[in-house]
Design a protein around this ligand. Structure first.
Ligand code: NAI
Length: 275
């Protein structure tokens, strides 16, 4: 159902690891909608992942490695990326998350602070670094759009989400604060999408993830949004139809965030209580 919504636009996409990645779906949809893209991921992820397969399917998009916590890598990526597309970018997707504490199953109240700092650097400050580097290199056209992916644990506690919850709060705050700066300076818009739990490599690392998915499915009038649907929402935010949307955290969750309790959960509880 492509509509050429991104015809002539150029995009930079972080975070496609494998075909389950949200960024993977965004890349496919962006190209189907007429965009020219540059792909990037951390050097180690590129060795483990399948990004070259994706690049081939995306009109042989260039793949430029960059650790999103390294300013030198980001400067190289954005400079070389602009050379590839022959100008500035119109959209950027930040689809990056990793917590060493989650990976090592270290509980939130026994956190390892070196790990915690890495979580914040990779999952939140990297967004600031991408924005600051792009602004410094004047790499995004006026009315360009930058989107990062978040999760509702930024607002409400989901214990298994651990220090990623704090990282997502910072990420959403950066979208507001940098969106203000970039809006006045260059008319560039900056938003986060708060996505339903989705089966991906990053998602599945969260403890109790299957229960998260089932719970959210039952709590959401429309059910959980999947990666494909998230990609479609990203495309709308990259398009010219959402030019005045900036500094927002936008829930893409089938209604989960505004539901207190659902009749499906009450029925489950009644069954458990033998009623
Ligand atoms: P994924 O595991 O496919 O993607 C995460 C990406 O982050 C990987 O490609 C990984 O290589 C990259 N990354 C990690 N460290 C990096 C670094 N230092 N530099 C550059 N890239 C680095 O998983 P998914 O789910 O597609 O995650 C994408 C985004 O969506 C993340 O921000 C995640 O928190 C967010 N999100 C995911 C949800 C889910 O349930 N899967 C729900 C809501 C948000």
């Amino acid at each position: 159902m492509a509509h050429q919504l991104l015809q002539g636009k150029k995009g930079l996409i972080f975070g496609a690891l494998d075909e389950r990645s949200i960024a993977w779906k965004v890349a496919e949809h962006a190209v189907a909608e007429g965009a020219q893209i540059v792909l990037t991921n951390a050097p180690i992820a590129m060795r483990m992942g399948k990004i070259n397969e994706l690049a081939a399917a995306c009109n042989n998009a260039p793949v430029i490695p960059a650790d999103a916590t390294s300013i030198a890598d980001l400067e190289n990526l954005i400079t070389r990326g602009m050379e590839h597309v022959g100008g500035k970018f119109d959209f950027v997707l930040h689809s990056i998350g990793m917590s060493p504490n989650v990976r090592k199953s270290i509980p939130y109240d026994e956190t390892n602070y070196d790990n915690f700092l890495k979580t914040l650097d990779i999952s939140a400050l990297s967004f600031h670094k991408v924005l600051q580097t792009a602004k410094k290199l004047d790499a995004i056209n006026e009315w360009g759009s930058v989107v990062a992916l978040s999760y509702i644990a930024a607002q409400r506690t989901f214990p298994g989400y651990n220090d990623m919850a704090d990282a997502k709060s910072v990420l959403e705050s950066i979208a507001r604060s940098f969106g203000y700066q970039y809006g006045f300076a260059k008319k560039v818009r900056v938003n986060t999408i708060s996505q339903s739990p989705t089966v991906t490599t990053a998602g599945s690392g969260v403890s109790g993830f299957n229960a998260f998915i089932d719970y959210a499915e039952k709590m959401s009038p429309l059910g959980n949004a999947d990666a494909e649907q998230c990609a479609q929402y990203c495309i709308s935010l990259f398009s010219d139809y959402t030019r005045m949307v900036t500094m927002q955290n936008l829930f893409h969750d089938g209604g989960f965030s505004n539901t207190g309790v659902s009749h499906l959960l009450i029925e489950d509880l009644n069954r458990l209580n033998g009623q």
